[in-house]
Design a protein. Structure first.
Length: 209
């Protein structure tokens, strides 16, 4: 059963992927955002709210029964106050290196060597950007967390903007490749995110998910 927090929710009546209304509950979501009580009380007010997670019979996609009405809810979630030591350890950790190499290798087989302008959506501490730079890519990033965005920019020298894809201007984008690693499962309306991402590509460009 759905309970409503102070900020409220807007119900989702159909699947965000295929539009089917054949949605069945498979799990219960419980909000625990008490960590934001001091820095963002409106976000923390959702603590204790419950929603059903619904699976679409048409395509199998799972989504919550409703989305929070609080403005910029998902962007605000990423304002975690991490320590500088932890952010540095994330940059230096190699637990995703095999994934990063695979992504870059796949893109390099699909794009001519002259096409190496890349946008990393969800750049985190910047390790993937550094990987791409070492292989000759002109890499930029988007990262919502202000601390990791600043660290990634300082550590790599790349442009890392504190934006989401919907806030990036299309006219000057023209990226040869855009990467979203561990991103889509954290955002509402993934189709809208991918549609906007595709609009930021140059002709013949590739998106790697």
């Amino acid at each position: 059963m759905t309970t409503i927090a102070a900020g409220g929710f807007a119900a989702l009546e159909s699947c965000q992927i295929c539009g089917s209304r054949a949605l069945a509950p498979v799990h219960e979501l419980i909000f625990d955002l008490a960590i934001y009580e001091t820095q963002d009380p409106d976000l923390a007010a959702y603590t204790g709210a419950r929603l059903e997670l619904l699976r679409c019979a048409g395509c199998g996609f799972a989504q919550p029964a409703a989305l929070p009405l609080l403005p910029r809810f998902f962007d605000r979630l990423y304002d975690q106050r991490w320590s500088e030591d932890w952010i540095r350890s994330e940059f230096e950790a190699g637990y995703k290196d095999a994934i990063f190499r695979g992504i870059l290798g796949a893109l390099e087989t699909r794009l001519a060597p002259s096409r190496r302008r890349l946008l990393d959506v969800g750049a985190h501490a910047g390790r993937f950007i550094a990987f791409a730079q070492a292989r000759g890519w002109r890499a930029e990033g988007l990262e919502l967390n202000p601390q990791t965005a600043a660290y990634a920019a300082a550590r790599t020298g790349a442009g890392v903007r504190q934006l989401n894809v919907h806030q990036v201007g299309i006219d000057t984008a023209d990226y040869d490749a855009i990467t979203l690693t561990d991103v889509l499962e954290h955002v509402p309306d993934p189709v809208a995110v991918l549609t906007r991402t595709a609009a930021l590509l140059a002709s013949g460009g590739w998106v790697a998910v």
